[in-house]
Write a protein that binds this ligand. Sequence first.
Ligand SMILES: *[C@@H]1O[C@H](CO)[C@@H](O)[C@H](O)[C@H]1NC(C)=O
Ligand SMILES: *[C@@H]1O[C@H](CO)[C@@H](O)[C@H](O)[C@H]1NC(C)=O
Ligand SMILES: *[C@@H]1O[C@H](CO)[C@@H](O)[C@H](O)[C@H]1NC(C)=O
Length: 305
Amino acid sequence: MASAKRVAVLQRLLILLGACCGRISGSLAGPLPLVIWHGMGDSCCNPMSMGYIKELVEKKIPGIYVLSLEIGRSLIEDMENSFFLDVNDQVAFVCDKLANDPKLQGGYNAMGFSQGGQFLRAVVQRCPSPPMVNLISVGGQHQGVYGFPRCPGESSHLCDWIRKMLDIGAYTKAVQQRLVQAQYWHDPLKEEEYRKHSLFLADINQERCINETYKINLMSLKKFVMVRFLNDTMVDPPASEWFGYYRSGQAKETVPLNETALYKEDRLGLKEMDQGGQLEFLGAEGDHLQFSKEWFYENILPFLQ
Ligand SMILES: *[C@@H]1O[C@H](CO)[C@@H](O)[C@H](O)[C@H]1NC(C)=O
Ligand SMILES: *[C@@H]1O[C@H](CO)[C@@H](O)[C@H](O)[C@H]1NC(C)=O
Ligand SMILES: *[C@@H]1O[C@H](CO)[C@@H](O)[C@H](O)[C@H]1NC(C)=O
């Protein structure tokens, strides 16, 4: 009896150790790695954008492994894919990359910029291994968009073309399959069409059916941090950056996450996460993706350490 008890205690201790050290493996073998996913029209390694972020992080967390995702085989392809490569294929590509990176096997934090925010959420929901610890969405649109009032940088001609395509038929098969932005296009006047035909967002937001795996995987995050730009003129509506959206049937009034059906029915575990203190809503003054080094260090760095 006594020895059986001892074995049981020992087993429990081992489980505890396993649990603890799975979590803190980062601090034993160096800091927890960081995976970054860039936004629309950007690429992994532009020294003015993701390259700069990588540098900021490396400066404050010496020895950290930062992987800035390149979707494709060159910077040009990476940028083009942010417009034209089926998001579900992009997510599968990333899952495969993470699963095969030996430096990530003890877990990692993830930080997505703009559309990279919702794409990384798909990664944690679909691909639990290796485990994502904190997800930081910087201006990601978790309920999609219903407009691109402005486009970043040199992509404005592309934006005009994208708008035209979305007008022609965001939910037609041809546009859905060819245009990344159509896959998170959320028309509040056509919820039914969105629910039926959105190839990406309606799936990860459990609009068609509930995949319990998505819920379990998302809830395994330690923290899901959402940054909203308080003066955002590029995303319509900015409420989507905190998982809120237009109230169905019109495009003027928005509701916060906790007033949406997704939350009330807890289809994605967000209500439970909210109650458990796993959700963080941060506001940054400034336009889309505009923040200072000081703001980044003060507000984001704590989630990376
Ligand atoms: C639920 O999601 C997991 C992970 O992506 C997938 O393997 C599984 O096939 C999905 N189940 C259903 C019923 O769609
Ligand atoms: C819903 O969220 C808002 C912030 O977006 C908060 O002010 C409010 O208290 C929340 N309501 C409930 C019922 O939790
Ligand atoms: C952002 O908007 C708020 C009002 O919502 C305003 O007080 C603030 O000055 C603006 N900040 C910037 C950087 O434009």
